[in-house]
Design a protein around this ligand. Structure first.
Ligand code: MG
Length: 348
């Protein structure tokens, strides 16, 4: 008899196999403009962008944030990277009997503040309380809907002035030869902040989560124009994101290690723990592909936003290579493989 494993929910290769076996095999999945089978950040049905995400982060409070911040930012970002403006969110909570009322107040305050910051309402929800031991404190699910950004048509027009672009949304299959890859800021902070705070790891760091709603930054990028694809490097990190793009878009991607934004404290924590910063999930970053003529304009637009100050052009897509290649500091080259599991479980 088969049993579900942690790795099957970790966002890497095992999860992809899991989705194919348990989800795509059993559900009708070809309806909508961006259907379930696209396995993108969100679906598009009748012009409405729609996404959902469950949050099981452990611990619930961590340096720089909590599950409330995470559950709003994550869903806002998955709607936004499809080129949509988030319209409304739902909130479903599963609470373990005995959970602290003060903690729940704090988490709900944080949800409210993050929703306000993103300019989106939480308009419907559901609460279940289960008996002690049946859940680990609190789990939250948020779903979100969004409407096509008013800047998306202009953005696509700009792309089409440069190259053939059959897409109507900046989806995972839309990256092509020559596209410039922009990373919106330092990676790895969220995973390292969580690990440092967990019991038993015995190291301290000033690293805080990067969790933040990115809808304003993303809108600024679309307004600049020339964006071909966008995605948030959550579970599986930058390594998983670039491999998903390379596979779905049938194009190679090369990035330069020196141009991937990374804070020294995150790098040293990763070295100490033996984990690859490229494989750690982020909750306040977006990776943007843009046609070369527009890349500097997009970069400038997102650097003008507080969440994008350290954005960098990190590489480009190329038909001449296969898979994802990292050009290292020392001038060498190595393949970036999609992570099999998750180096830091339950970070979101
Ligand atoms: Mg996503």
């Amino acid at each position: 008899m088969s049993k579900i494993t942690i790795a099957q929910g970790a966002g890497g290769e095992r999860m992809l196999e899991f989705i194919k076996e348990f989800v795509l095999n059993e559900l009708e999945h070809d309806s909508g403009e961006i259907p379930l089978s696209a396995l993108d950040d969100a679906a598009v049905v009748d012009g409405i962008v729609f996404t959902t995400d469950s949050y099981t982060v452990k611990p619930l409070f961590f340096p720089g944030g909590d599950i409330g911040l995470l559950s709003v930012a994550g869903t806002v970002n998955d709607v936004s990277v499809m080129g949509a403006r988030p319209l409304a969110l739902s909130c479903g909570m599963i609470i373990e009997e005995g959970f602290s009322g003060e903690d729940l107040h704090a988490i709900m305050r944080s949800m409210g503040a993050t929703a306000k910051r993103a300019g989106v309402g939480i308009v419907t929800g559901d609460t279940k309380v289960v008996e002690r031991g049946a859940a680990d404190g609190l789990f939250i699910n948020t779903s979100g809907i969004g409407r096509r950004s008013e800047y998306l048509d202009g953005n696509i027009k700009r792309v089409r002035a440069s190259r053939d672009y059959p897409w109507n949304w900046p989806n995972d299959s839309a990256v092509a030869d020559g596209d410039v890859i922009i990373v919106s800021g330092p990676i790895g902070n969220h995973g390292v902040a969580l690990l440092s705070f967990r019991e038993g790891y015995g190291f301290e760091t000033a690293v805080k989560t990067d969790a933040a709603p990115l809808n304003s930054l993303i809108e600024a990028a679309l307004r600049a124009g020339g964006v071909t694809a966008m995605k948030d490097p959550t579970r599986g990190g930058l390594a998983n994101l670039l491999n998903e793009w390379a596979e779905k878009s049938s194009v190679g991607i090369a990035v330069r290690e020196e141009d991937i934004p990374l804070e020294p404290a995150v790098l040293s924590a990763c070295e100490m723990l033996g984990i690859d910063p490229l494989e750690i999930g982020n909750e306040g970053k977006v990776v943007i592909a843009a046609v070369p003529e527009a890349a500097e304009g997009v970069l400038k637009a997102i650097r003008a936003m507080p969440e994008g100050r350290s954005a960098q052009i990190a590489g480009k897509a190329s038909a001449d290579i296969e898979g994802v290649i990292l050009q290292t500091h020392t001038g060498g080259k190595r393949m970036i493989e999609p992570p099999v599991g998750d180096p830091v479980p339950r970070i979101c």
